[in-house]
Design a protein around this ligand. Structure first.
Ligand code: SF4
Length: 508
């Protein structure tokens, strides 16, 4: 395939990135001067630290949960290996999104200039074998650097095969995972949203943006909306279908769940199609109730019957009563327990708020990926700044846990070993988690899991002195055996803290 507008394609990526950096709805951006804003939000990476995902990875995270689409990665094999299904999102139907498609480029393809032809053939093969409603084609570092014009290939393939073939122009080198999230939103705006006119649009249609349906947790919230007669026209991206997203422009209101990922999408949908949005959370009882109220209020503002407000209050009262009754069993067991929260973004305040509702103390919460607005909310909730930390190294985290200043750490998998090394319970609350925590039922589940983790009898056992520490003779014997074989000295078998230089890392 001939490339006709390679320079044009790269210029448009630059312009797109600049546009995303200038996002006026971003609170953090509003506080910067024009020069700083142009540089964007990504900081240079610390040599040796985990990179935390490239722009392609970020785009894939946002789009892969669209379940009936074939996601085709135009790259050497490793890019797909790096990004495939790295979130525990769930589908209620199609499973095509979990099939890996890649053009698997080799040096020979690059040298011989076969990459675009290979991409076209791959699109044909997917169409003939799987007949998906759409194919998303992702550019990556290698294919962007060799100048492949995926937009032209996608356009040609869409015409030839008669289905939407959507170019996702977010090559890894263009920036951070967060930038990739936003470029994915731009791709949906450019090529998908507004392309299908629904014949059943109604006054109670909403969009949920930035909800990933991790461990199927949105299914704990959707029945509440169903009971109010509110239809989720599109949940982007969790458990989404292509057609739902294509007709999302006919929703009357939107809720944005994750503040940093898709703010550009929410703002532009408001400008283009007059869909007002608010930022809310389904973590915790108060926040779930508040989000339901705000959805109902926005719908009334857009012409829905005001009686929905009353029905919403009745549902909230009923569901809160049920949830508090279930939580009562845990209150006495968890009252006064101390939690170290090492997550980021919206969860830094929403989970903190949820836990404080049942009397748990937050000894610290990270704010690295939180927006200025998120930080304000954390301050409001915690009442003090000193429990907020921008980033915390492994050693610092270990010290807090080892000195028993916290009874449990809630974080992502990357820092779990710091907690385990400090012989402290740990619970995964990030994208790989196995339990749903959204809505009223999700809050009960979160508290149940914390209770199970804290009161697991294993902790009292592992905190007992090791047999070789309790019996010095045994330690000496062990040391002499080991120095002979020059293996692990017994002194190192005890709980040495992790090296100070090792990055605790912010969970994503
Ligand atoms: S897109 Fe680039 S940075 Fe991202 S995984 Fe592929 S090669 Fe690595």
């Amino acid at each position: 395939m001939q490339s006709t507008s390679k320079a044009g394609a790269s210029r448009s990526l630059d312009a797109r990135i600049q546009d995303v950096f200038e996002e006026p709805a971003c609170e953090m951006n509003r506080g910067k001067d024009a020069n700083v804003r142009k540089k964007g939000c990504s900081k240079p990476l610390t040599p040796g630290a985990a990179a935390g995902g490239c722009a392609f990875d970020g785009a894939k995270i946002v789009l892969q949960p669209i379940t009936d689409v074939a996601h085709l990665i135009h790259a050497p094999l490793a890019c797909e290996g790096n990004s495939w299904d790295n979130r525990g999102t769930a589908s209620s139907g199609p499973m095509l999104w979990r099939t890996s498609f890649t053009t698997d480029l080799t040096e020979l393809d690059v040298v011989m200039g076969h990459a675009e032809r290979k991409l076209f053939k791959a699109i044909r093969e997917i169409k003939e074998t799987y007949a998906p409603p759409a194919i998303f084609v992702y550019s990556t570092c290698v294919t962007a650097l060799i100048g492949d014009d995926i937009e032209a290939v996608c356009k040609r393939a869409a015409e030839k095969f008669g289905l939407p073939v959507v170019p996702i122009n977010a090559p890894g080198f263009s920036g951070s995972k967060n930038l990739g999230n936003k470029l994915a939103g731009e791709a949906l705006l450019d090529h998908v949203i507004g392309t299908v006119e629904p014949d059943d649009a109604g006054p109670y249609d909403i969009n949920i943006l930035g909800e990933f349906n991790l461990s199927g947790e949105f299914w704990l919230v959707k029945p509440l909306l169903d009971r109010l007669g509110i239809r989720v026209r599109a949940c982007i991206p969790g458990d989404a279908r292509y057609r739902d997203i294509a007709s999302a422009h006919r929703a009357r209101a939107a809720m944005m769940v994750c503040s940093t990922a898709l703010i550009n999408l929410a703002r532009k949908m408001e400008e283009l199609w007059d869909i007002p949005f608010f930022e809310g959370s389904f973590y915790g009882i108060t926040d779930t109730s508040q989000s339901l109220r705000q959805i109902a209020e926005l719908l009334v503002r857009k012409g829905a019957d005001p009686e929905i407000l009353e029905r919403t209050e009745a549902l909230i009262a009923e569901q809160e009563a049920i949830a508090w009754k279930k939580l009562a069993a845990y209150r006495s067991r968890l009252q006064g327990k101390r939690v170290l929260l090492n997550t980021g973004g919206v969860k830094a305040w929403s989970i903190a708020h949820a836990l404080m509702e049942i009397g748990v103390e937050i000894v610290g919460t990270s704010t690295k990926k939180s927006t200025a607005e998120d930080k304000e909310r954390i301050k409001e909730i915690l009442k003090e700044d000193h429990r907020m930390f921008e980033s915390m190294g492994s050693r610092e985290m270990y010290d807090i846990l080892a000195e028993h200043k916290a009874d449990i750490m809630l974080s992502g998998g990357r820092t779990q070993y710091v907690a385990l090394k400090a012989k402290t319970p740990w619970l995964d609350i990030n994208q790989e988690r196995h339990h749903p925590y959204a809505g009223y039922e999700g809050m009960v589940e979160l508290v149940r899991q914390i209770d199970l983790a804290i009161h697991n009898p294993i902790w009292s056992e592992v905190r007992e002195p090791a047999p070789w520490d309790a019996q010095p003779a045994m330690k000496e014997e062990l040391q002499s055996t080991q120095s002979e074989s020059e293996t692990f000295p017994a002194s190192q078998i005890s709980s040495a803290p992790p090296p100070a230089a090792s990055a605790g890392g912010e969970e994503s």
